[in-house]
Design a protein around this ligand. Structure first.
Ligand SMILES: C[S@@+](CC[C@H](N)C(=O)[O-])C[C@H]1O[C@@H](n2cnc3c(N)ncnc32)[C@H](O)[C@@H]1O
Length: 324
């Protein structure tokens, strides 16, 4: 009788040796299968980790698409985000982030534009009715909503500040101040100063605000008025601003510490030959000592809608910083 599947029989004289060989052969096969199973397990663990990585990263970006969750600050740099996630793994991760991150970035921009449009209305109830601006007004639900219901963090751009109104009004009435000149609108907010300068044939206009949503709102408002402006989110304070000839400051003296730094920088700009125009309704940061360096160019009475928004302010002024 032979063992099933073999030619080994109990009656053979070398049965012990044959059985030993057979057992060795089976042991080797078992070891080979063991190795295969281990390799498969490692590969599938790796595959699942990569999948988890991709879905976590995707979820992170998707959460950034929802301003309610993430706030409306700048999205994290893509390279930094990828480096962060990769840093979590002890071994190199081998997969491509693919073009979906770019798609998500484009979608975020579209979503933010839609949010701005959804929560604002086009208004001309201000000192420069020639310019339509998307703003949060008493007719918008966000006007009276609790802060936590707002999808935007500090939406300064959604209001047209009395100082900015003075700046834009003055430009619209005094074309020569910007015509054929290169204009920088620092702290542009809703972009009215930039739009006024572009209307009055400035050679080039850059709407600058460190808040990305503000420059987006400025672009939306520029388009609403059928003009094009450039935008920048760099912090220009302290820079020499070689390429600019006129610098607009609308309502930026609301904080005394910040006002000190801002004013020293503006003085340096005037020493370098720039025209600096300051619109201000009487904020405490524009102190008496600072006013001694300014020439008053115009005073405007604020419309009732603006008075309502800015309790206590009834008029606004436009100043030029003297060269000292
Ligand atoms: C009170 S709002 C005035 C907005 C606009 N100029 C107006 O009058 O309607 C001040 C603006 O300055 C921006 N801002 C603050 N610090 C800034 C900086 N260092 N550079 C550029 N913009 C800044 C804020 O984001 C905000 O939009």
């Amino acid at each position: 009788m032979a063992f099933a599947g073999t030619n080994v029989s109990l009656s053979q004289p070398d049965i012990t040796q044959k059985l030993t060989e057979r057992i060795d052969d089976l042991k080797q096969r078992i070891a080979a299968w063991g190795k295969r199973i281990r390799r498969y397990t490692e590969r599938s663990t790796r595959f699942n980790q990569n999948r988890l990585f991709q879905s976590d990263q995707k979820r992170l970006y998707e959460s950034l698409e929802r301003p309610m969750v993430s706030g409306t600050g700048p999205a994290p740099n893509q390279a930094d985000t990828v480096a962060f996630w990769r840093g979590l793994w002890s071994e190199p991760v081998n997969h491509s982030e693919g073009p979906w991150t770019e798609v998500v970035a484009r979608k975020m921009l579209k979503n933010l534009t839609a949010q701005i449009v959804r929560h604002t209305v086009a208004s001309r109830q201000h000192l420069t009715p020639e310019i339509a601006l998307r703003l949060i007004t008493p007719s918008c639900p966000l006007w009276s909503a609790p802060v936590e219901d707002s999808p935007f963090k500090d939406p300064f751009w959604a209001f047209y500040w009395p100082g900015g109104q003075a700046t834009a009004r003055y430009i619209l009435d005094n074309k020569q101040v910007v015509q054929n000149r290169v204009v920088l609108d620092v702290g542009c907010g809703c972009g009215a100063g930039s739009i006024a300068a572009a209307f009055m044939e400035a050679k080039r206009v850059v709407a600058n605000d460190t808040d990305e949503v503000a420059v987006m709102a400025s672009q939306i408002n520029a388009e609403l008025n059928g003009i094009k402006i450039e935008t920048s989110t760099e912090d220009m304070i302290g820079r020499r601003c070689e390429e600019f000839e006129v610098v607009l400051i609308g309502d930026m003296f609301y904080d005394e510490e910040f006002a000190k730094v801002l004013f020293e920088w503006l003085k340096a700009l005037t020493r370098n030959g720039k025209t600096v125009l300051i619109g201000d309704p009487g904020r405490h940061g524009l102190t008496h000592s600072k006013r001694e360096h300014l020439s008053l160019l115009a005073t405007y009475q604020l419309p009732k809608e603006t008075c309502l928004e800015n309790h206590g302010y009834t008029d606004t002024t436009l100043w030029r910083l003297n060269k000292t």
